[in-house]
Ligand binder design. Structure first.
Ligand code: KIV
Length: 301
């Protein structure tokens, strides 16, 4: 099988480095911000070379990469392992690492120390923290330590047990007021961008108009300053029905299944490897080997 060369790449040399300042400029000129998750070197390289602005090592890797039930069990060390791999693949995009559950809720000192690990050991350029106004203080302290922070409000998956499931937030007047307070508090705290997850389009539009920080939506409608999706969702690498907002852009599951089944069949039928796919002895060594073997056979007779 011959492989098609991958087209449409933006090699690192051909585009400027995306920084948190770039995101603000994009908001001001109404240029949509693109963000995808990546959890490994190869995906990170492809996503970066495709021209995506922000690569997020989301704690969604708990389910997508590690097969956990939810995001609550993934640890700092597991996250860091993936952040380091992604760092090696990303050249131009802004690299954000997601603070896992337990990494910032205990006390601000631990939160700053954990955020620093992502920067010093993982090479992240910003960290993401879930939660609204109640997180403003810890977010300020991380920013004080020279680490940009991405906020994340609405349907925050680390609060699944408190929310009683993965439910769209901000559907009541009280809910909308709370979301507005959350967004304004994080904007004032100085977040570099604000992820809006699982909230009505109308509410996301109000927040996007209200705050100076760029908003990046997932299940939050088209008025956000940017959009993020989980790479495994857009490539059909998740098992189970997709959420309403997921659009499939490829079917990697089908491609992997077909390729693996073909490999299996080729090995079983001895069609793989072929002679061209095998290494050969140099002519002289082959001739000498044949002489040695012939001598051995003659002596054995
Ligand atoms: O973990 C994640 O992938 C996220 C995005 C969906 C925003 O938090």
């Amino acid at each position: 099988m011959s492989l098609t060369p991958i087209s449409g790449r933006f090699p690192a040399e051909s585009r400027p480095k995306v920084t948190t300042a770039t995101l603000r400029e994009q908001k001001l000129r109404h240029e949509p911000i693109t963000c995808l998750t990546a959890y490994d070197y190869a995906t990170a390289r492809l996503v970066d070379e495709a021209g995506i602005d922000v690569v997020l090592v989301g704690d969604s890797l708990a389910q997508a990469m590690l097969g956990y039930e939810n995001t609550l069990t993934v640890t700092m060390d597991e996250m860091l392992h993936h952040v380091k791999a992604v760092r090696r693949g990303v050249k131009s995009a802004l690299l954000i690492a997601d603070m896992p559950y337990g990494a910032y809720q205990v006390d601000p000192k631990t939160a700053v120390a954990n955020a620093m690990r992502f920067v010093k050991e993982g090479g992240a350029e910003a960290v993401k923290v879930e939660g609204g106004e109640k997180r403003a203080d810890v977010i300020r302290q991380i920013i004080d330590a020279e680490i940009p922070v991405a906020g994340h409000i609405g349907l925050t998956p680390q609060s699944v047990n408190v929310m009683g499931g993965y439910k769209v937030q901000g559907k009541s007047l009280n809910g909308i007021e709370q979301l507005m307070r959350d967004a304004v508090a994080l904007d004032r705290a100085g977040v570099a961008c604000l992820y809006l997850e699982g909230i009505p389009r109308e509410v996301a539009a109000m927040i996007t108009n209200e705050v100076s920080t760029p908003t990046i939506g997932i299940g939050a409608g088209p008025e956000c300053d940017g959009q993020v999706l989980v790479f495994h969702d857009i490539m059909n690498l998740t098992f189970g029905p997709p959420a309403k907002f997921v659009r499939r852009y490829g079917d990697a599951a089908a491609l992997i299944m077909k390729s693996v089944q073909e490999f299996r069949a080729d090995v079983k039928s001895r069609q793989y490897p072929s002679d061209e796919e095998s290494y050969h002895l140099p002519k002289e060594t082959k001739a000498s080997l044949e002489t040695v073997l012939a001598r051995k056979r003659a002596m054995a007779r």
